[in-house]
Structures are given as structure tokens and as C-alpha cells.
Design a protein around this ligand. Structure first.
Ligand code: SF4
Length: 384
């Protein structure tokens, strides 16, 4: 097994030198991510067997995001866990009998699971797995921004810390954000949106709502390039374009379907097309190929693997989830997620507000394993 290395990661975050600059500009910031050791096929098989055994012994369930390594996704499904988006990961964990949830994803997903299931033990393969949206939205700066705009309803995306959620009126995911903002706009409310500027601006454009946007972005989706996508489309005229709305506007504008991860997988399965160009983290292609065997999936263009570490269309923090550290946390019980009780109590309000809204609207925020039941539930079908 090769030793673990660290790589530096560059991302854009709001320029926070001026309290109101969060709504106006961004700057380059630096973070780091660990690169998991490469494994031989024998090592992978041995680790998988060990993990299956440890999950049983610990009465634990594995809950994985669509962007993590394919081995972890397969293990989650074959051991009775789930592979899904961040919201369903938390809901699945909350409703499951297991006392221990192992969350393979990034830190805010573990925190959301803990907020919804405070009595359970939540473990993560690596607690340093973070997200550029979370990093770019520090709770104190965000709170000052909210204080400066007290007339606005605060709506935050799931990709935020528990402390940021505790300051919000609503939490939304990409599958239901548009409907919730539509609802708030119809009630005459003005919105303060954080942290993803591209998703916020897409929702603003679709709903016409008055939205003040925090200037965060996802380092993976921010890299998709509109001009190159247009060229690729011409090479594949029959391909449908599937785009996650964290992508820049000139990429979203070319989409046949704009949607959350689960909505894009459902579209790949249900649309009458054999070729798809996909603008989201390439970890999702594993699930798309399983959901739509025989169809062809092409990654949307970025600046290219050799340009920067962030241009490979794969999240460096999602990639920190590996068979090695998963086996270790199951063996040792290390890497437990804790959320301050007061923050958790305040954060759960904005999450439950969304869950209640979804239940009332019969909205689809549940990707689930059985994609066949997802028919006609994805939004944004047709040119965006
Ligand atoms: S893919 Fe983007 S939004 Fe998702 S965890 Fe990574 S940085 Fe955050």
C-alpha cells in the first residue's frame, strides 16, 4: 500500500474583508485534501470483506454519497445502507434502526445526520473531508451578513456547517430549493441566499425572487466551461445535457435537464436518449451506468486534468473517503461527529421546515435505491 499524500486545493470564496463584500465579490483561497493510498485488487477485496464483517459486528449502517468511490457505493448498497444525495443520507440514517451510522461523504453531511439523529453515533472515514461551499461561508461572517439584512428570510443550502444552518430560517437542497424560494417569493418575502452563487442565481432567474447572494462556489462545478461544452455538444448532437445547478450560468443555459444528483440520475434513466453529457462530479457516473446500462455518459469539459487539481471533475474531499479509513473507523470507533447541542437544536428547525414543506408538496427529495419509482419527479426538464 502506498503512503497517503496531501495535495493543495485552490478555491474561490467571498471576499470577506468588507462585511458587505460577501454579496459582491470573491477571491482565491487555499485548502488541502488527503489523497488516499492506492490499493491492489487483493487489498481492496480484503478490506471489503473486513468492512462487511465490521458493519455487522457494530450494528452499523453505511450511508454514502453519489460522489464517493464506487467501491464504497457498492458496499453501502450490498450491506443494506444507501447511496444518495445529502438529504436522503440524513433521512435514511434517521429512519434506520442502526445505532451507528457511518457517513461516507463530507463533513456537513455527517453534521446533518447528527442533527437529525442526535441519539445515534455518527462516524466518518475522515473528519477533514470538507467542502468549498462550507469553507467559504464561515459562521461568524455569515451571521454578520444576516444581521446587516434583517428584512430578508435566510435560506441556506445543505452544503453549510451546522452553525450556519443554526442562523438560517430555511435549509434547502438542490432538489427542492427552487420550489421553496418560489413559495417564499409568492408570500412577498425577500431572500438572503447562501452559499452557492451559481445555484442562487439559477433560482433567482427561474423564480424572479428578490435574492441577495453570498458569493460561494463549488470548486468542482465552477470549473465546467460553457464554450467547450458548446463544442462538445456539436460533436454529439444527439446527446442530452445533464447539468447540476452549482455550475456556471453559461453551462446551465445549455442543459436539457437541470437538477440535483438524484434528479440527474433519474433523467439519465428515463429520457429517451442513448448519450448524455454530464456536468457534475464524475463520481455520479457509477450510479448512472448502473441505472441506465448500455447508455453512454461523457464528462462535461473542464480546463482539463492537467490544469489544476480542481479541474478533474472530482471533489478532492469526497475522494478522501476510502476503504482503508472506512475499515479503520469501524474498527476503532474514531472520527465521531459531534454537534453542539444548542446549535443542533437551532439547526434542526430549518431542516425540519424543509422536510415539512416537502411532505406537504409531495415533492421528491428522496432519490432512494429504487429509481424506477422516481418517474416524472425531476424538475427543470427542457432547456434551462
Ligand atoms: S463536490 Fe463541491 S459541493 Fe460537493 S462536497 Fe465537493 S466542493 Fe462541496
Amino acid at each position: 500500500m502506498t503512503p497517503q499524500t496531501i495535495k493543495s486545493v485552490e478555491f474561490e470564496k467571498p471576499n470577506l474583508t468588507d462585511p458587505d463584500a460577501a454579496a459582491g465579490g470573491s477571491c482565491v483561497a487555499h485548502a488541502w485534501a488527503k489523497v488516499p493510498p492506492a490499493l491492489t485488487p487483493d487489498e481492496r477485496q480484503a478490506l471489503k470483506s473486513r468492512i462487511r464483517k465490521l458493519l455487522k459486528e457494530r450494528n452499523a449502517v453505511l450511508v454514502a454519497h453519489y460522489y464517493v468511490d464506487a467501491d464504497l457505493q457498492d458496499l453501502a448498497e450490498e450491506t443494506g445502507g444507501c447511496v444518495s444525495d445529502s438529504l436522503e443520507m440524513a433521512r435514511f440514517g434517521r429512519d434506520h434502526d442502526a445505532k451507528t451510522l457511518v457517513v461516507a461523504g463530507v463533513r456537513f453531511m455527517g453534521e446533518t445526520a447528527k442533527i437529525l439523529s442526535p441519539e445515534k453515533t455518527i462516524l466518518m472515514p475522515d473528519l477533514d473531508a470538507t467542502c468549498s461551499l462550507d469553507l467559504g461561508c464561515p459562521a461568524d461572517d455569515f451571521s454578520a451578513f444576516c444581521d446587516a439584512h434583517p428584512d430578508r428570510t435566510v435560506v441556506v443550502y445543505a452544503n453549510t456547517s451546522a452553525a450556519v444552518k443554526a442562523r438560517a430560517d430555511w435549509m434547502v437542497t438542490s432538489s427542492i430549493g427552487l420550489k421553496i424560494v418560489e413559495h417564499l417569493h409568492a408570500r412577498g418575502e425577500k431572500i438572503l441566499w447562501a452559499p452557492d452563487k451559481h445555484l442562487g442565481s439559477y433560482i433567482q432567474q427561474q423564480t424572479g425572487a428578490d435574492m441577495l447572494l453570498w458569493q460561494g462556489s463549488c470548486l468542482v462545478h465552477d470549473e465546467f466551461k460553457g464554450i467547450e461544452l458548446d463544442l462538445l455538444r456539436r460533436e454529439h448532437p444527439k446527446a442530452k445535457i445533464l447539468v447540476h445547478p452549482e455550475s456556471p450560468a453559461n453551462v446551465v443555459a445549455q442543459a436539457d435537464v437541470v437538477g440535483s444528483t438524484s434528479q440527474l440520475i433519474a433523467a439519465a434513466q428515463q429520457l429517451d436518449a442513448n448519450e448524455f453529457i454530464v456536468a457534475t462530479d464524475n463520481g455520479i457516473l457509477h450510479k448512472m451506468r448502473m441505472a441506465a446500462p448500455g447508455k453512454m455518459f461523457i464528462e462535461a469539459p473542464t480546463a482539463g486534468n492537467s490544469a489544476t487539481c480542481k479541474s478533474c471533475a472530482h471533489c478532492p474531499w469526497m475522494a478522501m473517503n476510502a476503504l482503508t479509513n472506512l475499515a479503520e473507523v469501524l474498527e476503532t470507533g474514531r472520527n465521531e461527529i459531534h454537534v453542539d447541542a444548542d446549535i443542533g437544536r437551532r439547526a434542526v428547525t430549518c431542516i425540519n421546515r424543509m422536510l415539512d414543506f416537502a411532505a406537504q408538496q409531495k415533492a421528491n427529495v428522496r432519490p432512494a435505491a429504487d429509481l424506477a419509482k422516481e418517474s416524472a419527479l425531476f424538475s427543470g426538464v427542457g432547456p434551462a
